[in-house]
Ligand binder design. Structure first.
Ligand SMILES: Cc1ncc(COP(=O)(O)O)c(C=O)c1O
Length: 390
Protein backbone atom coordinates (compact mmCIF):
# COMPACT_ATOMS: atom_id res chain seq x y z
CA UNK A 1 0.00 0.00 0.00
CA UNK A 2 1.30 3.49 -0.76
CA UNK A 3 0.58 6.50 1.38
CA UNK A 4 -0.58 8.46 -1.65
CA UNK A 5 2.23 10.94 -0.98
CA UNK A 6 5.99 10.70 -1.36
CA UNK A 7 6.75 10.82 2.36
CA UNK A 8 8.13 8.04 4.49
CA UNK A 9 5.81 8.24 7.46
CA UNK A 10 7.69 7.36 10.65
CA UNK A 11 5.40 9.10 13.15
CA UNK A 12 2.90 6.31 13.81
CA UNK A 13 3.15 6.74 17.59
CA UNK A 14 1.50 10.15 17.14
CA UNK A 15 -1.23 8.72 14.93
CA UNK A 16 -1.19 5.87 12.45
CA UNK A 17 -1.25 6.91 8.82
CA UNK A 18 -2.69 6.05 6.42
CA UNK A 19 -5.81 4.22 7.64
CA UNK A 20 -6.79 0.97 5.95
CA UNK A 21 -9.34 1.63 3.16
CA UNK A 22 -11.59 -1.05 4.73
CA UNK A 23 -11.95 1.12 7.85
CA UNK A 24 -12.90 4.19 5.85
CA UNK A 25 -15.41 2.37 3.66
CA UNK A 26 -17.15 0.81 6.69
CA UNK A 27 -17.45 4.24 8.26
CA UNK A 28 -18.91 5.69 5.11
CA UNK A 29 -21.37 2.85 4.71
CA UNK A 30 -22.65 3.14 8.26
CA UNK A 31 -23.03 6.88 8.01
CA UNK A 32 -24.94 6.70 4.77
CA UNK A 33 -27.24 3.90 5.97
CA UNK A 34 -27.53 3.86 9.76
CA UNK A 35 -25.80 6.85 11.33
CA UNK A 36 -28.65 8.28 13.40
CA UNK A 37 -28.53 9.19 17.09
CA UNK A 38 -28.14 5.93 19.06
CA UNK A 39 -30.30 5.26 22.10
CA UNK A 40 -32.46 8.35 21.81
CA UNK A 41 -35.35 7.56 19.42
CA UNK A 42 -37.89 4.74 19.50
CA UNK A 43 -37.83 4.27 15.71
CA UNK A 44 -36.16 1.21 14.22
CA UNK A 45 -33.10 2.99 12.85
CA UNK A 46 -32.26 4.55 16.22
CA UNK A 47 -32.61 1.17 17.93
CA UNK A 48 -30.40 -0.34 15.25
CA UNK A 49 -27.78 2.38 15.81
CA UNK A 50 -27.87 1.69 19.55
CA UNK A 51 -27.47 -2.04 18.91
CA UNK A 52 -24.47 -1.30 16.72
CA UNK A 53 -22.80 0.72 19.49
CA UNK A 54 -23.56 -2.01 22.05
CA UNK A 55 -22.07 -4.59 19.71
CA UNK A 56 -18.85 -2.55 19.60
CA UNK A 57 -18.87 -2.33 23.42
CA UNK A 58 -18.89 -6.14 23.45
CA UNK A 59 -16.11 -6.27 20.85
CA UNK A 60 -13.91 -3.83 22.80
CA UNK A 61 -14.59 -5.65 26.08
CA UNK A 62 -13.51 -8.96 24.52
CA UNK A 63 -10.48 -7.37 22.86
CA UNK A 64 -9.10 -6.18 26.22
CA UNK A 65 -10.59 -9.07 28.22
CA UNK A 66 -12.69 -6.85 30.45
CA UNK A 67 -15.56 -8.40 32.37
CA UNK A 68 -18.66 -6.39 31.44
CA UNK A 69 -19.40 -4.66 28.09
CA UNK A 70 -21.52 -2.03 29.84
CA UNK A 71 -18.29 -0.83 31.49
CA UNK A 72 -16.89 0.13 28.09
CA UNK A 73 -17.30 3.88 28.02
CA UNK A 74 -16.72 5.87 24.84
CA UNK A 75 -15.07 9.28 24.84
CA UNK A 76 -12.97 11.42 22.49
CA UNK A 77 -9.54 9.87 22.97
CA UNK A 78 -7.19 8.57 25.66
CA UNK A 79 -6.75 12.00 27.23
CA UNK A 80 -10.48 12.25 27.73
CA UNK A 81 -10.69 8.75 29.21
CA UNK A 82 -7.73 9.39 31.53
CA UNK A 83 -9.38 12.58 32.78
CA UNK A 84 -12.62 10.67 33.35
CA UNK A 85 -10.97 7.99 35.44
CA UNK A 86 -8.58 10.22 37.36
CA UNK A 87 -11.23 12.81 38.24
CA UNK A 88 -13.81 10.11 38.88
CA UNK A 89 -11.63 8.30 41.44
CA UNK A 90 -9.82 11.09 43.23
CA UNK A 91 -10.88 11.85 46.79
CA UNK A 92 -9.47 14.58 49.06
CA UNK A 93 -6.73 13.36 51.37
CA UNK A 94 -5.93 10.32 49.24
CA UNK A 95 -2.73 9.50 47.34
CA UNK A 96 -1.82 8.30 43.86
CA UNK A 97 1.17 6.38 42.50
CA UNK A 98 2.33 6.93 38.95
CA UNK A 99 5.60 7.05 37.02
CA UNK A 100 8.06 9.32 35.27
CA UNK A 101 7.18 7.55 32.01
CA UNK A 102 3.74 9.14 31.87
CA UNK A 103 2.34 11.33 29.15
CA UNK A 104 1.02 14.78 30.07
CA UNK A 105 -2.51 13.38 29.81
CA UNK A 106 -1.78 11.64 33.14
CA UNK A 107 0.82 13.98 34.62
CA UNK A 108 -1.19 17.18 34.20
CA UNK A 109 -4.45 16.07 35.86
CA UNK A 110 -2.46 14.49 38.72
CA UNK A 111 -0.29 17.57 39.08
CA UNK A 112 -3.38 19.80 39.13
CA UNK A 113 -4.89 17.89 42.08
CA UNK A 114 -1.51 17.81 43.81
CA UNK A 115 -1.15 21.58 43.47
CA UNK A 116 -4.68 22.13 44.74
CA UNK A 117 -3.71 20.16 47.87
CA UNK A 118 -6.33 17.50 47.10
CA UNK A 119 -4.03 14.46 46.82
CA UNK A 120 -0.52 13.24 47.57
CA UNK A 121 1.51 11.87 44.64
CA UNK A 122 4.56 9.66 44.18
CA UNK A 123 6.19 9.00 40.82
CA UNK A 124 8.40 5.94 40.39
CA UNK A 125 11.34 6.17 38.02
CA UNK A 126 12.66 3.73 35.39
CA UNK A 127 15.99 1.96 34.91
CA UNK A 128 18.60 2.59 32.19
CA UNK A 129 16.68 0.30 29.84
CA UNK A 130 13.39 2.14 30.40
CA UNK A 131 11.61 -0.30 32.74
CA UNK A 132 9.77 0.33 35.99
CA UNK A 133 10.63 -1.98 38.90
CA UNK A 134 7.38 -3.44 40.36
CA UNK A 135 9.18 -3.42 43.74
CA UNK A 136 9.35 0.40 43.53
CA UNK A 137 5.59 0.51 42.99
CA UNK A 138 5.11 -1.71 46.06
CA UNK A 139 7.34 0.59 48.15
CA UNK A 140 5.38 3.72 47.20
CA UNK A 141 1.90 2.39 47.93
CA UNK A 142 0.54 3.83 51.21
CA UNK A 143 -2.60 3.00 53.20
CA UNK A 144 -4.30 6.06 51.66
CA UNK A 145 -3.30 5.25 48.05
CA UNK A 146 -6.43 5.50 45.91
CA UNK A 147 -4.93 4.10 42.67
CA UNK A 148 -1.78 3.27 40.73
CA UNK A 149 -1.70 4.60 37.16
CA UNK A 150 0.99 3.45 34.75
CA UNK A 151 1.82 3.98 31.09
CA UNK A 152 1.81 0.45 29.64
CA UNK A 153 4.05 1.33 26.69
CA UNK A 154 6.28 4.40 26.59
CA UNK A 155 5.68 6.77 23.69
CA UNK A 156 9.24 8.05 24.19
CA UNK A 157 11.57 5.12 24.84
CA UNK A 158 9.25 2.35 23.62
CA UNK A 159 9.43 0.00 26.59
CA UNK A 160 6.42 -2.14 27.51
CA UNK A 161 6.14 -2.36 31.29
CA UNK A 162 5.90 -5.60 33.33
CA UNK A 163 2.24 -5.00 34.13
CA UNK A 164 1.52 -8.53 35.22
CA UNK A 165 3.95 -8.11 38.14
CA UNK A 166 2.72 -4.58 38.86
CA UNK A 167 -0.83 -6.00 38.79
CA UNK A 168 0.18 -8.65 41.35
CA UNK A 169 1.48 -5.92 43.65
CA UNK A 170 -1.73 -3.88 43.29
CA UNK A 171 -4.05 -6.87 43.81
CA UNK A 172 -2.09 -7.90 46.91
CA UNK A 173 -2.32 -4.38 48.34
CA UNK A 174 -5.95 -3.90 47.30
CA UNK A 175 -5.23 -0.82 45.17
CA UNK A 176 -6.80 -0.41 41.70
CA UNK A 177 -4.31 -0.49 38.82
CA UNK A 178 -5.13 1.78 35.88
CA UNK A 179 -3.24 1.34 32.64
CA UNK A 180 -2.73 3.88 29.90
CA UNK A 181 -2.72 1.52 26.90
CA UNK A 182 -2.65 4.30 24.30
CA UNK A 183 0.56 3.04 22.70
CA UNK A 184 0.13 -0.71 23.26
CA UNK A 185 -3.49 -1.29 22.21
CA UNK A 186 -3.39 -3.05 18.85
CA UNK A 187 0.32 -3.85 19.19
CA UNK A 188 0.49 -6.36 22.04
CA UNK A 189 -2.43 -8.38 23.48
CA UNK A 190 -3.93 -6.81 26.61
CA UNK A 191 -5.58 -8.99 29.24
CA UNK A 192 -7.22 -6.96 31.99
CA UNK A 193 -8.53 -9.93 33.95
CA UNK A 194 -5.31 -11.95 33.87
CA UNK A 195 -3.16 -8.97 34.82
CA UNK A 196 -5.37 -7.69 37.64
CA UNK A 197 -6.01 -4.38 35.89
CA UNK A 198 -8.98 -2.36 37.17
CA UNK A 199 -9.31 0.04 34.24
CA UNK A 200 -7.65 0.93 30.96
CA UNK A 201 -7.74 4.09 28.88
CA UNK A 202 -7.33 3.69 25.11
CA UNK A 203 -7.39 5.81 21.98
CA UNK A 204 -8.80 4.79 18.60
CA UNK A 205 -6.49 6.59 16.18
CA UNK A 206 -3.14 4.93 16.90
CA UNK A 207 -2.50 1.18 16.50
CA UNK A 208 -6.21 0.31 16.56
CA UNK A 209 -6.32 2.00 13.12
CA UNK A 210 -9.54 3.89 13.78
CA UNK A 211 -10.17 7.60 13.21
CA UNK A 212 -9.39 10.48 15.57
CA UNK A 213 -12.11 11.60 17.99
CA UNK A 214 -12.83 8.20 19.50
CA UNK A 215 -11.31 6.51 22.55
CA UNK A 216 -12.49 5.34 25.88
CA UNK A 217 -12.30 3.60 29.15
CA UNK A 218 -12.84 -0.03 30.09
CA UNK A 219 -13.47 -0.44 33.81
CA UNK A 220 -13.80 -3.69 35.72
CA UNK A 221 -16.90 -4.46 37.73
CA UNK A 222 -16.24 -3.32 41.29
CA UNK A 223 -14.41 -0.13 40.37
CA UNK A 224 -16.93 2.62 40.81
CA UNK A 225 -16.06 5.80 38.99
CA UNK A 226 -17.83 9.03 39.98
CA UNK A 227 -19.69 11.01 37.32
CA UNK A 228 -17.75 14.18 36.56
CA UNK A 229 -19.72 15.47 33.60
CA UNK A 230 -23.44 15.58 33.28
CA UNK A 231 -26.08 15.79 30.59
CA UNK A 232 -28.45 13.83 28.41
CA UNK A 233 -28.08 10.06 28.27
CA UNK A 234 -31.35 9.01 26.62
CA UNK A 235 -32.42 7.44 29.96
CA UNK A 236 -34.93 8.75 32.52
CA UNK A 237 -35.17 12.25 31.02
CA UNK A 238 -37.55 13.51 33.75
CA UNK A 239 -34.86 13.20 36.41
CA UNK A 240 -32.42 16.03 37.03
CA UNK A 241 -29.91 13.51 38.35
CA UNK A 242 -27.46 12.02 35.85
CA UNK A 243 -28.03 8.29 35.20
CA UNK A 244 -25.90 6.17 37.49
CA UNK A 245 -25.99 2.93 35.50
CA UNK A 246 -23.08 2.08 33.19
CA UNK A 247 -22.11 3.15 30.59
CA UNK A 248 -24.41 6.22 30.79
CA UNK A 249 -22.92 7.13 34.18
CA UNK A 250 -19.74 8.24 32.39
CA UNK A 251 -21.14 9.23 28.98
CA UNK A 252 -23.04 12.48 28.42
CA UNK A 253 -24.37 13.68 25.08
CA UNK A 254 -24.53 12.08 21.64
CA UNK A 255 -21.93 9.39 21.04
CA UNK A 256 -19.49 9.67 18.13
CA UNK A 257 -21.08 6.81 16.20
CA UNK A 258 -18.86 7.33 13.17
CA UNK A 259 -15.82 7.00 15.42
CA UNK A 260 -17.27 3.93 17.17
CA UNK A 261 -17.79 2.20 13.82
CA UNK A 262 -14.30 3.18 12.64
CA UNK A 263 -12.81 1.85 15.88
CA UNK A 264 -14.66 -1.41 15.42
CA UNK A 265 -13.51 -1.74 11.80
CA UNK A 266 -9.92 -0.95 12.83
CA UNK A 267 -9.90 -3.65 15.53
CA UNK A 268 -11.39 -6.17 13.11
CA UNK A 269 -8.78 -5.22 10.52
CA UNK A 270 -5.80 -5.83 12.81
CA UNK A 271 -7.34 -9.02 14.20
CA UNK A 272 -7.77 -10.37 10.67
CA UNK A 273 -4.09 -9.69 9.96
CA UNK A 274 -3.05 -11.18 13.31
CA UNK A 275 -1.57 -9.05 16.08
CA UNK A 276 1.44 -11.29 16.55
CA UNK A 277 2.37 -11.26 12.86
CA UNK A 278 1.94 -7.49 12.59
CA UNK A 279 4.04 -6.97 15.69
CA UNK A 280 6.85 -9.19 14.39
CA UNK A 281 6.89 -7.39 11.03
CA UNK A 282 7.21 -4.01 12.70
CA UNK A 283 9.89 -5.25 15.09
CA UNK A 284 12.00 -6.55 12.16
CA UNK A 285 12.06 -2.98 10.86
CA UNK A 286 12.76 -1.57 14.33
CA UNK A 287 15.65 -4.00 14.93
CA UNK A 288 17.20 -3.15 11.55
CA UNK A 289 17.01 0.56 12.35
CA UNK A 290 18.39 -0.02 15.86
CA UNK A 291 21.35 -2.02 14.49
CA UNK A 292 22.07 0.56 11.78
CA UNK A 293 21.83 3.56 14.09
CA UNK A 294 23.81 2.01 16.92
CA UNK A 295 26.72 1.35 14.53
CA UNK A 296 26.62 4.93 13.24
CA UNK A 297 29.21 7.42 14.41
CA UNK A 298 27.73 10.54 16.01
CA UNK A 299 24.29 9.03 16.67
CA UNK A 300 23.09 8.29 20.20
CA UNK A 301 20.23 5.86 20.80
CA UNK A 302 18.30 5.84 24.09
CA UNK A 303 17.26 2.73 26.06
CA UNK A 304 17.31 0.39 23.07
CA UNK A 305 19.88 -2.30 23.97
CA UNK A 306 17.23 -5.00 24.20
CA UNK A 307 14.12 -4.78 22.04
CA UNK A 308 12.33 -7.41 24.09
CA UNK A 309 9.06 -6.03 25.49
CA UNK A 310 9.34 -3.08 23.18
CA UNK A 311 7.16 -1.04 20.85
CA UNK A 312 8.18 -0.44 17.23
CA UNK A 313 9.72 2.94 17.99
CA UNK A 314 13.20 4.31 18.60
CA UNK A 315 14.52 7.50 20.14
CA UNK A 316 17.84 9.05 19.14
CA UNK A 317 19.88 12.20 18.71
CA UNK A 318 22.62 13.25 16.32
CA UNK A 319 25.44 14.65 18.43
CA UNK A 320 25.82 18.39 18.07
CA UNK A 321 22.52 19.03 16.23
CA UNK A 322 19.26 20.15 17.73
CA UNK A 323 16.65 17.37 17.41
CA UNK A 324 14.12 19.77 15.83
CA UNK A 325 16.72 20.56 13.18
CA UNK A 326 17.37 16.86 12.51
CA UNK A 327 13.64 16.29 12.11
CA UNK A 328 13.35 19.30 9.79
CA UNK A 329 16.24 18.07 7.61
CA UNK A 330 14.75 14.56 7.52
CA UNK A 331 11.51 16.03 6.29
CA UNK A 332 12.82 18.74 3.96
CA UNK A 333 15.75 16.92 2.36
CA UNK A 334 14.66 13.27 2.58
CA UNK A 335 10.84 13.27 2.84
CA UNK A 336 10.87 11.44 6.18
CA UNK A 337 8.27 12.41 8.81
CA UNK A 338 9.41 12.02 12.43
CA UNK A 339 8.57 13.65 15.75
CA UNK A 340 11.20 15.67 17.63
CA UNK A 341 11.06 17.34 21.03
CA UNK A 342 9.65 16.15 24.34
CA UNK A 343 6.73 14.04 23.03
CA UNK A 344 4.36 15.40 25.75
CA UNK A 345 6.32 13.40 28.32
CA UNK A 346 8.71 15.89 29.92
CA UNK A 347 9.80 13.72 32.85
CA UNK A 348 11.11 10.93 30.63
CA UNK A 349 13.39 13.41 28.90
CA UNK A 350 14.43 14.88 32.24
CA UNK A 351 15.49 11.41 33.43
CA UNK A 352 17.26 10.63 30.14
CA UNK A 353 19.14 13.93 30.27
CA UNK A 354 17.64 15.03 26.93
CA UNK A 355 15.65 17.93 28.36
CA UNK A 356 14.83 20.61 27.29
CA UNK A 357 15.42 19.98 23.57
CA UNK A 358 14.33 16.35 23.58
CA UNK A 359 15.21 13.87 20.84
CA UNK A 360 14.04 12.46 17.50
CA UNK A 361 11.53 9.60 17.47
CA UNK A 362 10.99 7.12 14.64
CA UNK A 363 7.83 5.02 15.00
CA UNK A 364 6.49 2.40 12.62
CA UNK A 365 3.10 1.12 11.55
CA UNK A 366 1.50 -1.41 9.24
CA UNK A 367 2.57 0.25 6.03
CA UNK A 368 6.30 0.83 6.58
CA UNK A 369 8.71 -1.25 4.50
CA UNK A 370 12.32 -2.51 4.76
CA UNK A 371 13.27 -0.18 1.88
CA UNK A 372 12.07 2.77 3.91
CA UNK A 373 14.34 1.77 6.80
CA UNK A 374 17.34 1.68 4.43
CA UNK A 375 16.44 5.19 3.22
CA UNK A 376 16.15 6.40 6.83
CA UNK A 377 19.58 4.95 7.61
CA UNK A 378 21.14 6.62 4.58
CA UNK A 379 19.54 9.94 5.56
CA UNK A 380 20.78 9.68 9.16
CA UNK A 381 24.27 8.76 7.96
CA UNK A 382 24.30 11.82 5.68
CA UNK A 383 23.12 14.13 8.50
CA UNK A 384 25.65 12.87 11.04
CA UNK A 385 28.48 12.91 8.46
CA UNK A 386 27.81 16.51 7.48
CA UNK A 387 27.72 17.46 11.18
CA UNK A 388 31.08 15.73 11.82
CA UNK A 389 32.65 17.55 8.86
CA UNK A 390 31.41 20.75 10.49
C1 LIG B 1 1.26 7.20 26.29
C2 LIG B 1 0.23 8.15 25.81
N1 LIG B 1 -0.83 8.43 26.58
C3 LIG B 1 -1.80 9.26 26.18
C4 LIG B 1 -1.73 9.89 24.96
C5 LIG B 1 -2.85 10.80 24.54
O1 LIG B 1 -3.54 10.23 23.45
P1 LIG B 1 -4.67 11.08 22.73
O2 LIG B 1 -3.98 12.27 22.12
O3 LIG B 1 -5.22 10.17 21.69
O4 LIG B 1 -5.64 11.47 23.76
C6 LIG B 1 -0.63 9.64 24.12
C7 LIG B 1 -0.52 10.34 22.81
O5 LIG B 1 0.46 10.31 22.14
C8 LIG B 1 0.36 8.74 24.54
O6 LIG B 1 1.41 8.45 23.78
Amino acid sequence: MTTGTRIIYADNAATTFPKPPEVLSEMLEVYTKKGVSPGRGSYDLSIEAENLVDEVRRQVCTFFNGDDPSRVVFGYNATDALNLIIQGLIEPGRHAVSSCLEHNSVLRPLHYFLQQGVIGLDLVSFDSEGFIDPGDVAKTIRPETRFVIINHGSNVVGTVQPVEQIGDVCVERGVPLILDVTQTAGIVPIDMQKWGVSAIAFTGHKSLYGPTGIGGLVARVGLDVRTTRFGGTGLDSRSLIHSQSYPQRLEAGTINILGVIGLSAGIRYIERQGLRRLYEEKMVLTRRLRDGLSAMEGVKLYCARSLKNHLPLLLCNVEGIDPEQVSTILDGDFGIATRAGLHCAPLVHQELGTSPRGAVRFSFGLFNTPEEIEKILRAMEAISRSQRKG
